[in-house]
Structures are given as structure tokens and as C-alpha cells.
Ligand binder design. Structure first.
Ligand code: HEM
Length: 451
């Protein structure tokens, strides 16, 4: 198995890791070592796969399955056996998967469309003020506000009102701190954390308690009122799993709500942020998208539910963004029994990490994979490529359940912004990809001119 050249006894490849940007370091390593390589940090072994043919092999559901890598196991303190962090064998996974599937179908988006538009209108109001004052807008901050408010409303009819307040909602503040803590504690040295991390640990415990109590209160309130809102919470409270004839327990409902807030917020916010970065660098893409929006929707007026699916070029902008910077940078897969990968035998229990940003730069994408070009997703071009070289939503039965939701939200938001503003980058800014559990653009600001 290819491995970094300077491996040390005991430490392994410790000196070659980049604690702040491990994914981007792995991308460099993949360019040097190829589509499969092994990293060893102290006694821990990690196989990183990014070559297209090898990824096709590990996506084979008969031989491989989702593996809960360390970052996902750490998230269980928040989301328990919720959909995203459940082990394959946990019964609540299939129950929740059956019950929630309809709530994430393309047709279900019709029910969320107005709520999404309300939040997008708030974003536009806030950006109009910034544009009038000639200010730069903090893109990641705005996008996080947007995606939290959207999932709050569509998920459980809760208004975080992120654009109407100067300090974030206490729930959002607690969740951001908790995710930051989990991310940091995945990388730091356990003994130092044990010795010096007492106050951070106590804060973490308080943050998790606050999140759980808030969700429990929302669920209890809904039970008491008996109201129906047509949101995901309704579905979870009133639907019976056809396989078992059972409903979700209150604890499982809480875990799913927290899961949507964790899995559905940062990823979509980051994707929108990266897209706006690319739009600020590619006025020709903005012009083409704007022409499409005018043709489908008209120059002003409300964007209707049916029109979102017709904004094919805007959708290609989202796809191309997800190719270059997939917000979830990879997924873990574990062999079901002894198998081979690229001709090498892997014993039962082996697992690998699929490194998406590198898969998405595979030579099969052509000789200029760094170029941002939404036309790569024109139907004729897509038909010529194997499907397994674009996997931003993961793979198989455990792939992203929120895909249609994220796409509807992202296309609607980008279309609303593109038809209203030109975006100018901040002079001297170079894209800085911050790594936490997701990838996100850091310190990204753009100046808006209203059309
Ligand atoms: C799973 C990406 C938005 C909910 C996943 C996985 C990926 C992914 C790669 C598979 C993880 C694995 O195999 O370990 C994304 C991206 C998004 C996005 C790139 C936005 C651009 C959303 C949204 C929601 C959501 C909006 C919910 C509202 C979930 C859930 C799972 C999941 C519940 C676990 C599914 C299961 O295992 O059954 N997502 N996601 N995601 N995602 Fe998303």
C-alpha cells in the first residue's frame, strides 16, 4: 500500500499531518501517492481512497457498508442513534428512514417552498441594507442564518429569527460551540484535554443539555397543542413505520431533530457560500444564470415551486460547486467480510475513507479539473461520464436523505440572489477552505450591487 515516504517508528506519519487542514493535506498526498494510500498516526491506520475505479469498488453495497468513522462517532453525543450517526445495525435507523423518507421526497418540497421563500426574503432584506450602505457582506454568517432558519421552520415550525437579532439564538450558539468542541477534541491530545479541558468540558455538557431541553420543549408543546403544521416533526410524531408497525419514541424524535440541525445546516450553508465565492469570480456564469432566471421566472415576481426544477443552469452551478468543494468532504466505508480492493486483500473489519474533493478532480473530469465550469453538468456531458465520480451526497442506502431539500433550498436561494445582485470579491481574497466536520469558506466577503 503506498504510504508517505518519511514514516517514523512509533509516531508513524504524525509529522506529515496538518491538524488544521487534514483534508487538503490528504488531497496533496493523493496527488503524490495515487488513488489509494495508507496513513498511520501513532497506532491508528487510515486508508484513503480517491481513485475513480477504487471508489466504485468501495461503493458496492454487497461487499461494503457505511462505517461510522471517528468524527461521526463523536457526533453521537448530540445526535445519538439519529439517522446520520446510527450504526447500521441500530433498529431506529430503518424506522426513521422509513418514516422520514416521504418528508424528503421531491414532492414534499412543495410543502416547504413558502417557508424557504420567507427566509430567503429576510436574507434579501438584510443584503439590500448592506448593498445600500456599500458594505461587504459576511457570506458564511448570512448563509448559516439562512439555513438554520429554513430547517427550523420546515423541520419543526420554529423561528430562530436569525436575521432579526444581533446575537444568535441560544440554541444556535450552543450547537456551534458543541460542534467546535467535538471537532477540536477529534484532533487534540487526550491527556492534555483531560488535564486542562475541564471548563470546556463543563460548557460542552451545558450546551448539549440546552439543545436537548429545547427540542424536548418543542416536541412537548406540539403534543399538548395537538396542532398539525405539515412539517417533519408532524411526520415523526404521527407516522407508523410500515415494517414494524411502531412509531418513533420521543428520544428518537429528539435525535432526528438534532440530526437535521447538524447534518442539514452547515453543509447547505457551506455549499451556498462556496457558490457565491465562485459567482463573484465568474461574472459570465452570473450572466448566464440570470438569463435563465429571467426566462423561467421573469425579471421580478415570486419564484414558484415548479420553477425551481426548471432552473437547470442554476442547478449546474450548485453541482459544480459541490464537485470542487463538497461540503461533506468524504465518507467512511467498511468491508462486510474479507474482500479485495484494487487487487489487494483486505481482511474483515477493514475500513477506508473516500476523499471526495480528490475523486472530484479525477483525470476522468478532464485535464483542467480546478476550473469552475457548470457546463460540465450539461446532460450530454453527464451521460459521457461514469456516475460514481460525483458523490457529494455519499452512496448507497446511507446516502444523504436531505439531498432534495438542500438542492431546492440552494437553487431557490441562489436564483433569488443572482437576479438581484452583482457580487464583487474582496480585493486580495484567496479562497480559504476551513475544515471542521464540514468544509467551509472562511472570511469570505462580497460587495453587492443591486440591479
Ligand atoms: C447523509 C452530504 C444536506 C440530512 C449525508 C452524507 C453525505 C451528505 C455525504 C453521507 C454520510 C455518510 O455516508 O457517512 C450532504 C450535503 C448537503 C447535505 C453535501 C448539502 C449540500 C442535508 C440536509 C439534511 C441532511 C439539508 C436534512 C435536512 C442527512 C442525513 C443523513 C445524511 C439525515 C444520514 C442518512 C442516513 O444515513 O440514513 N449527507 N448533506 N443532509 N444527510 Fe446530508
Amino acid at each position: 500500500m503506498p504510504q508517505p515516504r518519511w514514516r517514523l517508528p512509533l509516531l508513524g506519519d504524525l509529522l506529515s499531518i496538518d491538524v488544521a487542514k487534514p483534508v487538503q493535506r490528504e488531497m496533496q498526498m493523493a496527488q503524490e501517492l495515487g488513488g489509494i494510500f495508507e496513513r498511520k498516526i501513532l497506532q491508528h491506520r487510515l486508508i484513503v481512497v480517491s481513485g475513480a475505479d477504487l471508489v466504485r469498488e468501495v461503493n458496492d453495497e454487497e461487499k461494503w457498508a457505511k462505517f461510522l468513522g471517528k468524527p461521526l462517532r463523536k457526533l453521537r453525543v448530540i445526535a445519538g442513534d439519529g439517522l446520520f450517526t446510527a450504526f447500521n445495525s441500530e433498529p431506529n435507523w430503518s424506522k426513521a428512514h422509513n418514516i422520514l423518507g416521504p418528508g424528503f421526497s421531491q414532492a414534499a418540497m412543495r410543502g416547504y417552498h413558502d417557508s424557504m421563500l420567507t427566509v430567503v426574503d429576510r436574507l434579501v432584506d438584510s443584503w439590500d441594507s448592506a448593498a445600500a450602505g456599500g458594505e461587504y457582506v459576511d457570506v458564511p454568517k448570512s448563509m448559516t442564518s439562512l439555513t438554520f432558519d429554513v430547517i427550523g421552520r420546515c423541520g419543526f415550525s420554529y423561528d430562530f429569527d436569525s436575521f432579526g437579532r444581533t446575537e444568535p439564538d441560544p440554541f444556535i450558539a450552543a450547537m456551534s460551540r458543541a460542534l467546535e468542541y467535538i471537532n477540536r477534541s477529534s484532533n487534540d491530545i487526550p491527556i492534555l484535554r483531560a488535564l486542562f479541558g475541564r471548563s470546556a468540558r463543563a460548557q460542552h455538557a451545558r450546551d448539549i443539555a440546552l439543545m436537548q431541553e429545547t427540542v424536548d420543549r418543542i416536541v412537548e408543546e406540539r403534543m399538548r397543542s395537538g396542532e398539525q403544521h405539515g412539517d417533519l416533526l408532524d411526520l415523526m410524531m404521527h407516522t407508523v413505520d410500515p415494517d414494524t408497525g411502531e412509531q418513533l419514541s420521543p428520544e428518537s424524535i429528539r435525535n432526528q431533530v438534532l440530526t437535521f440541525l447538524v447534518a442539514g445546516n452547515e453543509t447547505t450553508a457551506a455549499t451556498l457560500g462556496f457558490a457565491i465565492h465562485f459567482l463573484s469570480r465568474h461574472p459570465e456564469v452570473v450572466a448566464k444564470a440570470r438569463a435563465e432566471i429571467t426566462q423561467v421566472v421573469g425579471a421580478d415576481g415570486r419564484i414558484g415551486y415548479e420553477q425551481v426544477a426548471k432552473l437547470r443552469y442554476v442547478r449546474r452551478v450548485v453541482d459544480e460547486t459541490l464537485r470542487l468543494w463538497p461540503a461533506a468532504p468524504g465518507y467512511f466505508r467498511k468491508v462486510r467480510g474479507e474482500t479485495t480492493l484494487g487487487g489487494r486483500t483486505l481482511p474483515k473489519g477493514s475500513w477506508v475513507f473516500v476523499l471526495l474533493p480528490q475523486l472530484h478532480r479525477d483525470p476522468l473530469w478532464g485535464d483542467d479539473p480546478e476550473r469552475f465550469d457548470p457546463d460540465r453538468f450539461e446532460p450530454a456531458a453527464v451521460r459521457k461520464r461514469p456516475a460514481h465520480i460525483f458523490k457529494p451526497w455519499g452512496t448507497g442506502i446511507r446516502a444523504c436523505i436531505g439531498r432534495q431539500f438542500a438542492l431546492h433550498e440552494a437553487v431557490l436561494t441562489l436564483a433569488s440572489l443572482i437576479r438581484r445582485y452583482d457580487f464583487a470579491p474582496e480585493p486580495g481574497y484567496e479562497l480559504d477552505v476551513h475544515e471542521a466536520i464540514t468544509l467551509k469558506p472562511r472570511r469570505l466577503k462580497v460587495k453587492l450591487s443591486t440591479l
